[in-house]
Structures are given as C-alpha cells and as structure tokens.
Design a protein around this ligand. Structure first.
Ligand SMILES: NC(=O)c1ccc[n+]([C@@H]2O[C@H](COP(=O)([O-])OP(=O)(O)OC[C@H]3O[C@@H](n4cnc5c(N)ncnc54)[C@H](O)[C@@H]3O)[C@@H](O)[C@H]2O)c1
Ligand SMILES: CC(C)CCC[C@@H](C)[C@H]1CC[C@H]2[C@@H]3[C@H](O)C=C4C[C@@H](O)CC[C@]4(C)[C@H]3CC[C@]12C
Length: 394
C-alpha cells in the first residue's frame, strides 16, 4: 500500500501522491478503476506532451502514473489538479519495477526509449532499453491484467533503408524494402513486432490484450533537443547555419502536440474499436509541410534570427561523407577517453539525405484522428519556445 519505492524491489522511487503500485493489485478495474493510465517515458520530449495532453483532454482520467528513469521537476505543478498524478522513478529494463507501476492500470502508453543515432550509447544498451524494456511492458500488462497498450514506434521501423531508397508520400501499406543495420531502427523494429504480436494475448483475468503502434516521423516542437542544438550552433556561427543537404530531399515532420493527441485518442478508442485497431500500426501525421530537414527547421529558426547559407559548392556530398566517416573514426578512437558524438555521422547523413514523407489517413479512418494543432499553431508555438530559450537572439 502506498509504498515509497514504487516497485516490489523498492528501487523505483515514487514521488508525489503515493499510490498502490504492487503487483498484488489484480486486473484492471481494481483499485484505480477504469480510468487509470501509465505514461512510460512520461518525462521525455514526447512523454511530457502526452502527460499534459492526458490531463487536459481525457475527462475520464482519475489517476495517471508517470514512469521514467529521470523524473522532471515540472511534475510537481501537476499534483494540485483533480487527477491523481503519481511520479514513479523506475527503469523499463527492470521487469519488477515495470510490473509494479503497471498493476491495476487500464491503459499503458509506452513512450520510454533510448533515442540514439549518434553513438552515445552502446548497441547493447539500446537493445536492452528498447527491446527488453518493451518485453517487460508487455509482460507487465499480461501478468497484472492491463488490457490496453499503445507503443510509440518510429518511422525508422520502415526506413530510410541502408540503400537510401526514397519513401515518397507513403502510407502504412506502401511496399518498401525495410533493411536496418543501425542499432536504433533495429531495436524499434523488434520492439514494434513484439507489441503487435502480443495483441490478443490473454491477460490476467482472462481478457485479451489490445495493442497498437504509432510511428511518428521526425517530431518537432517545444522541448526538441536537436532543434535546440541547431539553434545554439547557429548562434555560435554568428546567426548562420550552412546548408548541407539539397533542398529537394523531403522529410516528414510532425508536431509533438499532434503526436501526443494521437496517443491519447487511440488509448481512449482501443477498447471500443479493439477489433479494428488491435495489432495495427499508424504513421503519425499532421498538416506540417513537406520540406527538407534544414528548410523545415528554418521555419522556426528563421524568425528567431538565423539564416541558412547555401553552401552546395563549398560542401559537396562527397566531402560530407568524408567528414561523417572521419567523425565515426574519431568517435571510435576517442571512446576510451571521452564521448565524441557529433550530429554528423554516416548514419545521420544517410537519413538526412533520403526523402521520407508520409501521406495517409489511416488514423482518421480507424479512430477519428484529426490534428489538434494546425500548421500555423504548431509553428507559432515552436517559434515562441525557441525565442524563450536561454541565450536567445531575440
Ligand atoms: N523524437 C523523435 O523525433 C521521435 C520520432 C519517432 C519516434 N520517437 C520515439 O518516441 C519515443 C519518445 O522519444 P523522445 O523523442 O521523447 O525521446 P526522449 O529521450 O526525450 O524521451 C524518452 C524518455 O524515456 C526515458 N527512458 C529512457 N530509458 C529509460 C529506461 N531504461 N527506463 C525508463 N525510462 C527510460 C527517458 O528518461 C526519457 O524521458 C521513443 O520511443 C522514440 O523512439 C521519437
Ligand atoms: C548533414 C547533417 C548535419 C544533418 C543532421 C540532421 C540529422 C541529425 C537529422 C536528420 C533527420 C533526423 C532523424 C529523423 O527526423 C527521424 C528520426 C526518427 C526518430 O525515431 C528518432 C530521431 C530521428 C532518427 C532523427 C534524428 C536526427 C536526424 C538524423
């Protein structure tokens, strides 16, 4: 009952209102009732938006458990509202901590993960967090009787592939040769498969588990670390960024508020539409324009005082490939001494240089998704966030 520690081991740390997080609670519908949710990874970039969206847009919610390895201080402000918010510091790789956090909840939104395409973490760690962590979430649902699971997958499950084939305005059924080598997309693909295969498994209490996976393209918005990095880099370079990738290479981007909304909506609809939505994948999309990665970033960084300098003649593609290879070599050589993980490496260059855009209405057809934020709103909110950043030129 109300144990500080949040988990059977006492390792997971509960802050805020204490809640029962023991695996003895029994199947959902128990103490926390129909409307208890778990947001795993709830303190990350996307996770924070999911948490806030659940509190704003899910009137039936009575309890929300925010489970994360690193808890954010902003959770404190949520504790005065009508919903019981319980912050649980825990690790998805620890099965007992996950089971304790999930027990008795109605639905789990699993957005915890290691997002690393820069070589910061080892392939083993990426696998452990993204694949073993997801296995633990699934097993926790099965053992404790939680019936509904929404998994944050990624466009990277599909591509871009190692051959650099473009995926142009594709949808969930578009044929594409998905071949991965990098640990991050490999881990996301494996985890997504596990989630989809778990659909229909019998959970404690005898009812079937209902799962689905959402595949965001590159998410942007308030809290986006790479946008922050580009902005600060631009400030250091005297208000300039240098174009590295041709403007003709298009990237699918989606606003974080719309990705969060899609998670909340599908979590709400999973029960009523289990037969249709269970076991399905959905790209996350909105009305953000198709542009190159750099031109898209300039939609926000431009109004904040940065300009994009054309350098195609100065930096031809072969030179970028050389620099990317050099960065990879330096990373390997320096590893025993320090972590060298620049944005440019052979993998990020290949992704940045391959068109990947989606055009679909599957989420609209299956569970009534419409973007909550227009492109104009998404742009304004992101610009305001950049302008408010420390060291801002504004
Ligand atoms: N950012 C994007 O553009 C993007 C695009 C597509 C999919 N995704 C997916 O969305 C999810 C969230 O990504 P994000 O961009 O918010 O990343 P993020 O790093 O900001 O958030 C991930 C959260 O997971 C938590 N976490 C990491 N390891 C954990 C562990 N062992 N136990 C518990 N919590 C742990 C982190 O502390 C963090 O709060 C990820 O699964 C990612 O693969 C992100
Ligand atoms: C030439 C370089 C300087 C350009 C650097 C840009 C590069 C760091 C960007 C370009 C595309 C970005 C990825 C893309 O938006 C989608 C995803 C999927 C998501 O699941 C994780 C993040 C990721 C891989 C983005 C990472 C940063 C990338 C590669």
């Amino acid at each position: 009952m109300g144990q500080e520690g949040g988990g059977a081991s006492g390792r997971g740390r509960c802050v805020g209102r204490l809640a029962r997080a023991s695996t003895e609670d029994g199947p959902s519908g128990g103490q926390f009732g129909y409307s208890g949710s778990v947001a795993a990874g709830g303190c990350g970039f996307l996770g924070e938006h999911v948490v806030r969206m659940l509190l704003q847009r899910e009137p039936r919610l009575s309890e929300l458990r925010v489970f994360d390895l690193h808890l954010g201080p902003w959770l404190e402000e949520l504790k005065t509202g009508p919903v019981q918010v319980t912050a649980i510091q825990g690790d998805v790789t620890q099965a007992h901590e996950v089971a304790a956090a999930v027990a008795g909840a109605h639905v789990v939104i699993h957005a915890a993960g290691l997002v690393d395409v820069f070589g910061r973490a080892s392939p083993e760690t990426i696998h452990k967090v993204n694949v073993q962590g997801t296995k633990n979430v699934i097993e926790a649902c099965v053992q404790t009787g939680t019936r509904f699971l929404v998994y944050t997958s990624s466009m990277e499950v599909v591509g871009p592939n190692i051959k650099g084939h473009p995926f142009y305005r594709g949808n969930e059924d578009t044929p594409y040769e998905a071949v991965h080598k990098h640990p991050y997309p490999c881990s996301k693909a494996q985890a997504e498969r596990l989630v989809l295969e778990a659909n229909g498994r019998e959970v404690r209490g005898g009812l079937p588990l209902v799962t689905c996976a959402l595949r965001p393209t590159g998410i942007y918005g308030e809290g986006h670390q790479i946008m922050r990095d580009f902005y600060h880099q631009g400030l250091r370079l005297g208000g300039r960024l240098f174009r590295a990738i041709p403007a003709s290479v298009e990237h699918g981007r989606v606003y974080v508020g719309n990705v969060a909304w899609m998670h909340v909506l599908v979590a709400r609809e999973l029960e009523q539409r289990a037969a249709l939505v269970g076991g399905q994948v959905y790209f996350c999309y909105d009305k953000s324009p198709y542009k190159s990665y750099e031109d898209f970033n300039m939609e926000f960084l431009g109004p904040c005082g940065l300009r994009l300098v054309e350098t195609r003649l100065l930096a031809p593609y072969w030179l970028l490939m050389l620099l990317a290879a050099l960065n990879a070599l330096l990373q390997w050589l320096l590893r025993p001494l320090l972590l060298y993980a620049p944005l440019l490496n052979p993998y990020t260059l290949a992704v940045a240089n391959t068109t990947f855009t989606v055009s679909t209405d599957k989420a609209q057809r299956h569970f009534g998704y419409e973007p909550l934020f227009s492109w104009e709103d998404s742009r304004t909110r992101t610009i305001r966030w950049v302008q408010a950043m420390e060291g801002s030129a504004q």
